[in-house]
Design a protein around this ligand. Structure first.
Ligand SMILES: Cc1ncc(COP(=O)(O)O)c(C=O)c1O
Length: 366
């Protein structure tokens, strides 16, 4: 199978589409900015690789000073460990014999840490890791208001004790992801609510310490709360992911990081004066957080997607100058779900392709 990949040096206008473009200067600056902010706040960075799904970007984050990475799924972790990444925290629960076996198979090559919220899962992990003769790290997930996964503070103390006494497991600490607050538009609300959520985490860490168990890791934060959570005493690390590329939705929250990602498409039909059709559709751009913003031609808007087509409204004379074969650049509202649709990033510097970057963990949601 040929992938028809362009050669380095190809100008943007000549790239085959639809494809994801990453402005390398901007993404690299985002990595450096989070790392330096974390240093100033006295916390570590353990970036979430569910955003990039790519060892290339994970290596850049580690080279900049990250202490390890987060993965959402065992399948993502497998890709990262195979690429030589040696510090991997899975921030979701790993349930069932076959997934646990896959998790443990990674332990000889990498320090694996996994989130738990339930005692039967702790038992299952302990039995399997002792049988396999390996040790894995465990963090207890707290529900800090997102109402997704995670236990309450009292439950966390019970689980911490169970983990610290369980053969094959090492109690590494706590995690409390404030996902319900990261995209709150109003800074003062975001700050006040995040501080309340983080108080649950730091209070629970104290309860566990009072029970005589040490809590080395206290992990939290998404992009929108990095500078609030990072300043809370007792938080040891940030698990932000989206800061790397930002996206249309996060661009509405703040401009601390710069959007670096776009989807490039080509006009394939031009039957009406005020409309064009491009070769990008729901199979190459996600819309779970709303329609993308068209960056060029400026003023154009998305009318409708189908699987492989998008109808674009051209409001004025300037935008109507676009012809069949011309390029249209759009910024997706949600980066993570758009990235998962593609096999490669086309890394751009100075208007030209510098690197074709595989998205090796795309689709690895098992
Ligand atoms: C558990 C967990 N931690 C961290 C993150 C990263 O958040 P963000 O992409 O907002 O930086 C996510 C994203 O959904 C998450 O689910």
């Amino acid at each position: 199978m040929t992938d028809y990949l362009p050669l380095p040096g190809t100008p943007i206008e000549e790239l085959d589409t639809p494809c994801i473009l990453v402005d390398l200067d901007l993404a690299e600056a985002n990595i450096a900015k989070l790392q330096s902010a974390a240093k100033d706040m006295g916390v570590h960075v353990r970036p979430h690789s569910k955003t990039s799904k790519s060892p290339y970007w994970v290596r850049k984050q580690l080279d900049a000073g990250a202490i390890g990475i987060c993965c959402a799924k065992v399948g993502e972790a497998e890709v990262m460990v195979e690429a030589g990444i040696t510090e991997v925290m899975i921030t979701s629960q790993v349930i069932g014999k076959s997934k646990i076996a896959r998790l443990l198979a990674l332990a000889p090559a990498a320090q694996m840490i996994v989130a738990v919220e339930d005692s039967s899962n702790v038992l299952e992990l302990s039995e399997a890791s002792s049988a396999a003769g390996v040790e894995i790290g465990v963090i207890v997930e707290l529900n800090v208001g997102q109402d997704r996964c995670g236990t309450d503070p009292d439950g966390a103390v019970v689980l911490a004790r169970q983990v610290s006494e369980a053969p094959g497991l090492r109690f590494d600490g706590l995690m409390g992801y404030e996902g319900h607050l990261v995209a709150e538009r109003d800074y003062e609300t975001r700050k006040a609510e995040t501080e309340k959520a983080m108080a649950i985490v730091t209070h629970t860490a104290d309860l566990i310490r009072d029970a005589g168990i040490s809590v080395p890791i206290v992990s939290a934060a998404g992009t929108g709360t990095y500078d609030i959570t990072g300043r809370v005493k007792g938080i040891t690390e940030l698990q932000c992911g989206s800061y790397l590329f930002m996206d249309g939705d996060y661009a509405e929250v703040f401009d601390d990081f710069t959007p670096a990602l776009s989807v490039l498409s080509t006009v394939i039909s031009r039957q009406k004066e005020d409309a064009a059709v491009v070769d990008m559709g729901l199979k190459s751009i996600s819309i779970d957080r709303g329609l993308a913003e068209i960056l060029s031609p400026s003023g154009a808007t998305i009318v409708k997607h189908s699987e492989e087509h998008t109808i674009i409204h051209l409001p004025d004379v300037k935008s109507r100058a676009i012809n069949i074969g011309d390029k249209v650049q759009s910024r997706p509202t949600h980066g993570d779900t758009t990235i998962n649709l593609h096999e490669y990033y086309f890394g751009i510097r100075n208007g030209k392709l510098e690197a074709v970057i595989p998205i090796s963990a795309r689709g690895k949601f098992r």
